[in-house]
Design a protein around this ligand. Structure first.
Ligand SMILES: *Cc1c(COP(=O)(O)O)cnc(C)c1O
Length: 397
């Protein structure tokens, strides 16, 4: 690690703090051990129970839980009919999986730039990127703030595209009063430990469309069905099933599902605490002209998964890299979300060039993700604020 950037000072925090951490209580542990003592470790009753709970939470008609958020995006794209030669429009400010799901299906990701203040994909840039080959849009609710769904749905309807909402950050957020998960054609969730609720690993796809739902079920489990109405041949007997498509083993275990059911009981509590921390950060950083606070759209009542601190480079003597190191020297260990997807060598080799999305590229140069998670104490939050203030005061132009 770098030397303390501010010479002679003692760090604001004695102990390190990191940008995210799961919260597991006794109820979670008990829920998991109950499954371990039961007959079913996978494909048991906890799967349906979790799916019902996700429907109740979001108002979506159908939920299909699966191995992780990436698998969720893959089966969502397959169900949307994304295939060889198609194009899928997405944002570069996201985890690689949002674009990789198009590649898994033989399609080409097309990157549309973000809004410079909300950091979510700009619907006008999406519309400009539509071609006759476009099949779907993967819109990410970056940081947990809902993308502006209404204009995106209009564009998708007009051009006959499927809207896949990558809601890995969005659980607990509502758009125009309606929970995210019940609005887009398909919404995916991730339950990785840094996300708002966790199953260790885990994912889900939500939809209101019965045809898409049936496809999701098939792709989740090898393309195999036990539903006689879908079979081509007469069943040979009660053991009989048919493979009618090429699917995967993307199933979730009952162990994960039980943990998630228990975690979802705490979502209102997680949501309230995250909102409180974000409010406190916004209050503190909104006063400082050296920092830019992410713009909230009034349509989104946001449960924030990430808190993005953005520096105004003209107003500071240091760049993001040194800002990041200075925070680490104060024992505040941040992260950066995200490196624009098309910067990765794998994408470069496919011909993607820098300069494609200027707003996204500028954002990437100016951000760090501050600690934001349920179990942060009030003193944790204040110490992060003190560390940021100390650095800004020291390096102000
Ligand atoms: C975490 C994440 C994913 C992938 O989810 P996994 O459960 O880790 O596979 C996809 N998209 C975004 C935006 C994410 O943050």
């Amino acid at each position: 690690m770098e030397k303390p950037a501010i010479e002679g000072g003692t760090p604001v925090r004695e102990t390190p703090i990191f940008y995210g951490h799961q919260y597991i209580d006794e109820a979670d542990i008990q829920a998991v051990t109950e499954v371990l003592r039961s007959d079913y470790l996978t494909c048991g009753p906890k799967i349906g129970e979790l799916e019902k709970k996700l429907c109740a939470l979001t108002g979506a008609k159908y939920a299909v839980v699966c191995a992780n958020g990436t698998a969720a995006l893959h089966i969502a794209a397959l169900s949307a009919g994304v295939g060889e030669g198609d194009e899928v429009i997405t944002t570069p400010i996201t985890f690689a999986a949002s674009a990789n799901c198009a590649l898994y299906c033989g399609a080409r990701p097309v990157f549309a730039d973000i809004d410079p203040e909300t950091y979510n994909i700009d619907p006008a840039k999406v519309e400009a990127a539509v071609t006759p080959r476009t099949k779907a849009v993967v819109a990410v609710d970056y940081t947990g703030q809902s993308v502006d769904l209404s204009p995106l749905m209009d564009i998708c309807k007009k051009h006959g595209l499927t809207l896949i909402e990558d809601g890995a950050h969005v659980i607990g957020t509502t758009y125009k009063g309606q929970p995210n998960g019940s609005i887009a054609d398909l919404t995916t969730f991730s339950f990785h430990p840094v996300k708002t609720v966790t199953g260790g690993e885990g994912g889900a796809v939500l939809t209101n469309d019965e045809t898409l739902y049936q496809k999701l079920l098939l792709y989740r489990s090898h393309g195999i069905t036990r539903d006689e109405t879908l079979m081509e041949h007469e069943p040979d007997g009660p053991w009989y099933y048919e493979q009618i498509a090429l699917g995967y083993n993307y199933r979730m275990t009952d162990i994960q599902a039980a943990l998630l059911i228990s975690q979802l009981d705490k979502l209102p509590m997680f949501r309230a605490r995250r909102k409180e921390i974000v409010k406190r950060y916004d209050e503190a950083f909104g006063k400082m002209p050296e920092l830019f606070v992410q713009r909230e759209i009034p349509e989104s009542d946001t449960t924030r998964h990430l808190y993005i601190l953005r520096i105004v480079p003209e107003k500071l003597k240091i760049d993001r890299r040194r800002f990041f190191d200075a925070l680490a020297a104060e024992n505040v260990h941040c992260n950066v979300h995200y490196i624009p997807t098309y910067y990765f060598p794998y994408y470069e080799k496919m011909g993607y060039k820098r300069g494609l999305c200027p707003n996204a590229e500028k954002l990437y140069e100016e951000i760090v993700s501050l600690p934001l998670y349920y179990a942060m104490s009030g003193e944790d939050v204040e110490s992060v604020i003190r560390a940021v203030e100390k650095i800004v005061n020291y390096y102000r132009v």
